[in-house]
Design a protein around this ligand. Structure first.
Ligand code: NAD
Length: 276
């Protein structure tokens, strides 16, 4: 990792921050890119205080102009990008149904907050698709230009469990992450002759802000969904952000130099377990 320039989108978030701190400890120079400037700068500050090298950069992964501006700033402060981690992503309540299965009585439910499949609005679905898919495609278009023809470059995308088998209630997020796994394979083939490897992590269940309201109630107790997840995770717990570090270092380092186009589950066995 020594002196490799890593651009990490969504680096101000829970999982991004943990990956950033770990890569900085291995000698990489980090550009923490996030829509929330303060969050990006806070992570960069923490890395610098620990003796690493990092800058916080404010950019929107859905706007190419914003990413091009970020690239100019990163190139002049740290150098050209060697490794891109597409960490920005997530779900939104607008792409989420209230029920697991449609029941006849759901159609009579007059509660405005109760959303069946028929109530999902296309703007909400589009928001989730764009954030995850376009928010991976645009940074790749911008930062892979630094990597073409250079040695030791790679891209790491973030897929999810729901890409293998969709999770109930979240059709938009499941479809968008399936698109990320598919795009990872497509890009791996497309970039194979110019020296850029492309792989993805598929994290299992990590208790973070984006899923806290689905997995815990207002008092912090597990919801039925939270309990079901743990029951279906053979290792019997949620993931900790630190669980992503080993695979991230492997896929971004020399040890995986003949590995491209894979999606690695980091899930305590969730994707291997049929539930029976
Ligand atoms: P998080 O919400 O803590 O972090 C996401 C970060 O992305 C935030 O800092 C946010 O400000 C930033 N962001 C949002 N929109 C942006 C935009 N338009 N431009 C730039 N930055 C933007 O989420 P997290 O749990 O750390 O998730 C990181 C990634 O891992 C996401 O792709 C998520 O879908 C994926 N993931 C998470 C889990 C989980 O259990 N938490 C599981 C599987 C996959």
């Amino acid at each position: 990792m020594n002196n490799k320039v890593v651009v990490l989108t969504g680096g101000g978030g829970v999982l991004g921050k943990t990956m950033a701190l770990a890569l900085a400890k291995k000698g990489a120079k980090l550009a923490i890119l996030d829509l929330r400037k303060d969050a990006a700068e806070k992570v960069a500050e923490e890395i610098n205080q620990q003796g690493g090298i990092a800058i916080g950069v404010s950019a929107n992964v859905l706007k190419k102009e914003s990413l091009l501006k970020a690239r100019t700033e990163i190139n002049s402060e740290l150098g050209s990008c060697d490794i891109l981690i597409n960490g920005a992503g997530g779900n939104h309540p607008k792409g989420t149904t209230s029920n697991t299965h449609l029941l006849l009585e759901d159609l009579e439910n007059k509660d405005n907050d109760f959303k069946t499949f028929f109530d999902l609005d296309s703007d909400g679905i589009q928001f989730v698709f764009n954030l995850n898919f376009i928010g991976t495609l645009l940074p790749t278009q911008v930062f892979a230009q630094d990597m073409v023809g250079k040695e030791g470059c790679c891209i790491l995308n973030i897929s999810s469990m729901n890409a293998f088998t969709p999770l109930t209630k979240i059709p938009a997020y499941s479809g968008a992450k399936a698109a990320i796994s598919n795009f990872t394979q497509w890009l791996a083939v497309h970039f194979a002759k110019v020296g850029i490897r492309v792989n993805a992590l598929a994290p299992g269940f990590f208790l973070t802000d984006q899923n806290r309201s689905l997995l815990t109630d207002s008092e912090g107790n597990p919801t039925q969904r939270g309990k079901t997840i743990i029951e279906h995770t053979p290792m019997g717990r949620y993931g900790e952000p630190e669980d992503l570090i080993g695979t991230t270092e492997w896929l971004c380092g020399e040890g995986s130099k003949f590995v491209t186009g894979i999606v690695v589950p980091i899930d305590g066995g969730f994707s291997a377990f049929s539930g029976v």
